[in-house]
Design a protein around this ligand. Structure first.
Ligand code: ADP
Ligand code: MG
Length: 394
């Protein structure tokens, strides 16, 4: 069997584990990063998202220890970190901060009343860090799978995602939705998942088996404003629900409002809040329609909805930036690109494009060059395929 890049990584992590701990690992797990195809800024409005797991992942190898501590080594950071399970501290600064993601999951499992076992552990990943492809969710979900495998507990996947989300929210301290952990834990090869973030249910929808690729383009623009603007958008959505409730008493989130009802009560909202609400309401509708288009084999319609999503995020939600717009323009200028949009929180990070397989070569030549001309920045392009969610490999 020809070696895939995953096999190579497995060999490397096994070797490193043997060197560091003097024996072979007992358990190896893998959890992927993700890209969201459509459904942006809808997850904290109880809405719909449509992400895919990508073929880049975090690997963790481990063996059980007889004492209650975790001794971990990161191959990416070339850095060891050890912590005791009876008193898990957060690393506030310095080179061991990466280990917060392991600490967070051990802590969250304990909060849930689940046992955590002492471990030797090696971590290696090829999800780019901080690029918006959710290396953090890959870390957390891999850690959750590893730690529950070590104690022989089979935690249901949605619960695993919720534990990973709790870890990131309450221990790492980032106010995340459920999308990233959910898709990393439950993704399916060659499918995207329509996730109902209120019901915490999902439907796997097949992506075209051949002929179409998911292409991620990193603007390499540092995401500066994102935290404060993210909180502002959340507050504006809450304000919209609060004001609309006078007319639509049953609603608890923008998920419950459709475009027609919003239009009918538009005068109840300040102009900015109306535009924010309009993005969320139309994005939920676009996400559901895009899934229907995909099921009907209408990739062109799917791409058009991706394009419309970007315009809505740019104009109504105002979370794009000149670099994201330039990348999207460059992608759309290539024949064979069905659609292109910003993906993730915005203000930098990545775009996602759906590209005909035969147009990939042109895309790789043209898009970075046009992007560089427009912005002076270097793009990083990842041609990916929808991958399987987290799994135990050993
Ligand atoms: P994103 O999720 O967009 O990649 P985050 O800032 O949320 O960015 O998470 C990135 C952090 O996750 C890194 O700074 C590091 O602490 C941790 N991390 C991700 N992948 C790895 C890895 N392979 N090894 C160690 N730490 C990792
Ligand atoms: Mg993250």
């Amino acid at each position: 069997m020809p070696a895939t890049s995953q096999d190579l990584t497995l060999d490397v992590i096994r070797e490193r584990f043997q060197e560091l701990f003097g024996h072979a690992p007992e358990i190896i797990v893998r959890a992927p990063g993700r890209v969201n195809l459509i459904g942006e800024h809808t997850d904290y409005n109880d809405g719909f998202v449509f992400p895919a797991a990508i073929d880049r992942h975090v690997l963790m190898a481990a063996s059980r220890r007889n004492d209650p501590q975790i001794r971990a080594f990161s191959m990416n950071f070339q850095q060891a970190s050890t912590f005791a399970l009876d008193r898990i501290d957060r690393v506030a600064e310095g080179p061991e901060r990466w280990s917060n993601y392991l600490r967070a999951v051990a802590w969250a499992l304990q909060q849930e009343g689940l046992p955590v076992q002492g471990l030797n552990c090696v971590v290696q990943g090829n999800v780019p860090l901080g690029a918006g492809l959710s290396s953090s969710a890959a870390m957390l979900v891999a850690a959750g799978l590893l730690m529950t495998a070590a104690t022989g507990i089979d935690v249901e996947r949605v619960r695993l995602a919720l534990i990973a989300q709790r870890a990131e929210r309450e221990f790492v301290g980032v106010n995340v939705g459920i999308m990233d952990q959910f898709i990393s834990a439950l993704g399916q090869k060659d499918h995207a998942l329509l996730i109902d973030t209120r019901a915490l249910t999902c439907e796997a929808v097949p992506l075209p088996a051949s002929g179409v690729r998911i292409v991620i383009a990193d603007t390499n623009k540092k995401r500066g404003l994102v935290d404060s603007e993210y909180n502002t958008r959340r507050a504006e959505c809450e304000q919209a629900v609060h004001l609309l409730r006078a007319y639509l008493p049953g609603i608890t989130a923008l998920r419950d409002v459709d475009a027609e009802a919003l239009q009918r009560h538009a005068r109840a909202l300040p102009e900015t809040v109306l535009r924010r609400a309009r993005h969320v309401v139309t994005e939920n509708a676009r996400t559901l329609e895009s899934v229907n288009a995909l099921k009907a084999g209408d990739i062109a319609r799917f791409g058009a909805l991706m394009n419309a999503s970007h315009e809505s995020l740019k104009i109504d939600y105002e979370v794009s930036c000149s670099e994201l717009d330039a990348m999207v323009d460059a992608a759309r200028s290539v024949e064979g690109v069905y659609g292109a949009r910003m993906t993730g929180a915005g203000f930098g990070g990545c775009t996602v494009s759906l590209v005909a397989a035969e147009a990939i070569e042109t895309f790789l030549q043209v898009v970075p060059e046009r992007y560089r001309q427009a912005t002076g920045l270097q793009a990083t392009i990842y041609v990916t395929a929808a991958a399987q969610g987290a799994e135990r490999l050993l």
